[in-house]
Design a protein around this ligand. Structure first.
Ligand code: FE
Ligand code: FE
Ligand code: ZN
Length: 298
């Protein structure tokens, strides 16, 4: 089975998409996810057409299908907050157009945090926000991410996500991004993933899964914390994550790692774990020396 797997990678101002592809290849991955600029601000440089063409050529040569590549929407966008809806929708629109310029077909979006107005009002705001953002000519699937429930986050259950989808007029442009850490922290028992998929299928439809973030969790089920852990080192564990990654029912869905960088001797997170984690996923064998191997670049 051909695994579609990659990780979060950088997108720097000099090399743009080309840098992201080179980083991806260094991890032995065949897809990737990136922010098109700093996620915490709105500063964006124009897209370098030459670098983008070079990147696409390199992707083609290495079997990276651009339809599996994901952009993550900047997290300063909060559609659940009515006070910032104009800002959020304008910026999101702009980001979707940037995706189109790059040829990216899927964008992951955190549904939003209601910041005090309550779940129903928050969901209503998200629906309005998406209706204000989406336009019929947009060639994009906005994948609503399943959230852990930290603070006042929405999208913590399949029912909430279904409600959002149902309220959006152009909902053929919506899909869902599952996140294993978030689902665990939200209270889903993902050690029985087929049951979770059954439930998702009944409520939303399994063909609506556009992306899966593969992360272990530092916290127990239903903790509502959202702290990612390296594969096999958290409460979800290696075997459960492998069962999800190799589940036949979602074999065509891109799997993206967002696990934390590993610390050096001074406690700074400097070493990307992805090459080692991907290797250990492909081998179907847990690497008991994972962190040491990452630190020693073995
Ligand atoms: Fe996310
Ligand atoms: Fe995620
Ligand atoms: Zn997270």
């Amino acid at each position: 089975m051909d695994l579609i797997i990659g990780s979060h990678v950088g997108y720097n101002k000099d090399n743009g998409l080309l840098g992201s592809v080179l980083e991806t290849l260094s991890y032995g991955a065949n897809t990737f996810m990136f922010y098109t600029g700093a996620p915490q601000n709105t500063a964006r440089l124009p897209i370098n057409k030459e670098k983008t063409l070079e990147a696409k050529k390199l992707m083609e040569e290495n079997g990276i299908n651009i339809s599996n590549v994901i952009v993550h929407a900047p997290y300063i966008i909060n559609l659940a907050n009515r006070a910032n809806l104009d800002f959020s929708t304008n910026f999101l629109k702009q980001e979707i157009r940037r995706c189109e310029e790059l040829g990216i077909k899927k964008m992951v979006l955190h549904p939003g945090s209601h910041v005090g107005v309550g779940i129903d009002e928050g969901i209503k705001n998200i629906i309005d926000g998406l209706n204000m953002t989406l336009e019929s000519d947009m060639d994009i699937k906005v994948c609503l991410e399943t959230m852990a429930g930290k603070g006042s986050e929405l999208g913590t259950s399949f029912e909430q996500i279904k409600k959002i989808i149902d309220g959006v007029k152009l909902n053929d442009k919506l899909m869902v991004c599952m996140d294993t850490c978030h689902m665990n922290d939200a209270g889903y028992d993902i050690s029985n993933f087929d049951k979770v998929l059954d439930e998702f299928d009944k409520i939303i439809g399994i063909n609506m899964i556009g992306c899966i973030h593969i992360n272990d969790s530092k916290n127990v089920k239903e903790s509502h914390k959202d702290r990612h852990e390296n594969i096999g080192l958290g409460t979800i564990g290696y075997d459960n994550l492998i069962n999800i990654i190799y589940n036949e029912r979602i074999k065509d869905v891109p799997k993206i790692l967002e696990t934390p960088y590993v610390e050096n001797s001074e406690g700074k997170k400097v070493y990307p774990p992805y090459k080692y984690e991907i290797e250990m996923i492909r081998n179907k064998k847990f690497n008991t020396n994972l962190l040491e191997d990452i630190r020693n670049h073995k």
